[in-house]
Write a protein that binds this ligand. Structure first.
Ligand SMILES: NC(=O)c1ccc[n+]([C@@H]2O[C@H](COP(=O)([O-])OP(=O)(O)OC[C@H]3O[C@@H](n4cnc5c(N)ncnc54)[C@H](OP(=O)(O)O)[C@@H]3O)[C@@H](O)[C@H]2O)c1
Length: 234
């Protein structure tokens, strides 16, 4: 029996790879033979990634800064190529509190990252992806993009926005492409510790999650356009 030919490596761009879910996606996707371009604000973590994974591209970049995103996208398009998969993962959680106790700066910072940061990323990658006529866009959402809890109103508002943004984008993309909102489940990362405190560590850690998430993300195709999916398990 002839062996199936190996799939060609895919080009994958991910925001927020210095910690948490983005960090383990880098390990898992590179282990599967794909080429990754990632970003985050922490210089030390980005340098460590670049040392560990030469041949992939890691950049210090803040998704809230549209000009930095434009430069990052241009660099990725030139050095890695047009992404087959673009994962808008970078986000912040608010310090738990009732909405009226959250100061304007903290609210702005969260919306600038979780909503405007995703729009900035899409603005600078999609023209090349559309010109190439291919590519899957994943916006990382949350169960708090469809349901709510007290003390996380800014985060819920941002993820409800991501669900709407993704559905509208799905109606705009040409045939052959997809925009998919993906809720990762509940995973013990810095973000979950900020929201849940010590209870966060009752959940799977990122490495366990990545074993489910990597094949899930690689299976997404144009037929998933406009869907809102959850990575089950754990
Ligand atoms: N963990 C969960 O249970 C859970 C549940 C539902 C949804 N999610 C979603 O999953 C995604 C990843 O969450 P996580 O738990 O991995 O969070 P995390 O551990 O806090 O990691 C967040 C990542 O985003 C980066 N980031 C934050 N602000 C950024 C900015 N302005 N520019 C560039 N990068 C930035 C951080 O890097 P720097 O600080 O170095 O910039 C870090 O790499 C988020 O979209 C989150 O909303 C997580």
């Amino acid at each position: 029996m002839t062996k199936p030919s190996p799939r060609p490596p895919r080009r994958i761009a991910i925001t927020g790879v210095t910690r948490g879910l983005g960090r383990v996606l880098v390990d898992g996707l590179i282990a599967e033979g794909h080429v990754v371009a990632g970003c985050g604000r922490s210089e030390a973590a980005i340098q460590a990634l670049q040392r560990q994974y030469a041949g992939n591209r890691f950049s210090v970049m803040d998704v809230t800064q549209d000009r930095q995103v434009a430069q990052w996208a241009a660099h990725v398009l030139k050095t890695v190529g047009v992404p087959d998969l673009l994962i808008c993962n970078a986000a912040l959680m608010n310090d738990p509190a009732p909405l009226w106790e959250i100061d304007a700066l903290a609210f702005d910072r969260l919306i600038d990252t979780n909503v405007k940061g995703v729009a900035n990323t899409l603005r600078h990658f999609l023209p090349a992806m559309i010109a190439a006529g291919k590519g899957i866009v994943v916006t990382v959402s949350s169960s708090w993009g469809k349901t709510t809890s007290p003390n996380v109103a800014p985060y819920c508002a941002s993820k409800f926005a991501i669900e709407g943004l993704t559905q509208a984008l799905a109606q705009e993309l040409p045939k052959g492409m997809a925009a998919v909102a993906v809720s990762p489940g509940v995973i013990a990362t810095d973000m979950l510790r900020q929201a849940f405190g010590a209870d966060a560590d009752n959940h799977d850690g990122p490495e366990v999650w990545a074993k489910r998430a990597v094949p899930f993300l690689l299976r997404l195709t144009a037929k998933h356009n406009g869907q809102s999916l959850r990575i089950e398990g754990g």
